[in-house]
Design a protein. Structure first.
Length: 134
């Protein structure tokens, strides 16, 4: 399992899993970066179980990860899109995958978090990158 995977209880005894959902890439740097985010979130997440999943190219796929979290006994699974902007994947594909998981695993509460979108904290990072550009 990516990102560790402690099976600790959080949120009042509810076993919660988080899936960071990314597009997927043949470049290992993209996968490595996402896994670093997963490990960091898991360390900060008060017992959350965090895993990476991908729309294409890499494994596990998002449907595979949703199913695995349910089969592993998570009461609640939150799919967090690792997407900066709104688009087909955030508006259509990911909601469809969550609806399907709800039908296939009715004993698990599946939720879809919002995509990253605008966030002042990201604007600060972008300004810093611009200043440091060579």
């Amino acid at each position: 399992m990516l990102g560790g995977g402690r099976d600790m209880k959080s949120n009042g005894g509810i076993r919660t899993g988080v899936i960071l959902a990314a597009h997927g890439s043949r470049r290992t740097e993209g996968q490595t970066t996402l896994r670093r985010y997963a490990r960091t979130l898991e360390k900060q997440g008060a017992g959350l179980r965090v895993q990476c999943a991908f729309l294409e190219i890499n494994r596990p796929s998002i449907p595979e990860a949703l199913g695995k979290m349910s089969k592993d006994g998570m009461d609640r699974v939150v799919l967090v899109p690792f997407f900066l902007l709104a688009g087909r994947h955030t508006r259509i594909d990911l909601p469809r995958m969550v609806r399907r998981a709800r039908r296939e695993f009715p004993g698990t509460r599946f939720q879809l978090a919002g995509f990253i979108g605008f966030d002042q904290r990201l604007a600060v990072i972008l300004a810093d990158r611009a200043k440091k550009a060579k």
